[in-house]
Design a protein around this ligand. Structure first.
Ligand SMILES: [Zn+2]
Ligand SMILES: [Zn+2]
Length: 103
């Protein structure tokens, strides 16, 4: 199983191609852009309550057999947040004061 490289921010829907330095993920691979994580989500995943980290960039070149972006392509399934802004804000307010490693 490889990390699912999702194509968009779940909140603002901006494109996050596999080589984007702005993609952020939680441990469940919920994917958002850096701007939304900082300004809207306050480092709280609205789906699971976890924190975010920068999504690693999968090598384009096949350095080892079978492992490259071409062999393990990015997902094309766009995800959209199931919660509205007010729900998300209330959730972030409840959780964001607790550091991710103590949640
Ligand atoms: Zn976004
Ligand atoms: Zn999550």
């Amino acid at each position: 199983m490889a990390l699912e490289l999702r194509p968009n921010c779940e909140f603002c829907d901006i494109d996050l191609p596999p080589d984007s330095p702005d993609a952020r993920i939680c441990t469940y691979e919920c994917t958002f852009c850096a701007s939304c994580v900082e300004t809207e989500l306050r480092n709280v995943c609205p789906n699971c309550g976890g924190g975010f980290e920068k999504r690693p960039i999968r090598p384009v070149q096949e350095w080892r057999p079978g492992l490259s972006l071409a062999r393990r392509p990015a997902s094309t399934t766009r995800h959209h947040l199931a919660y509205d802004r007010s729900d998300m804000s209330a959730f972030s307010a409840r959780v964001s004061a607790i550091p991710p490693h103590l949640r």
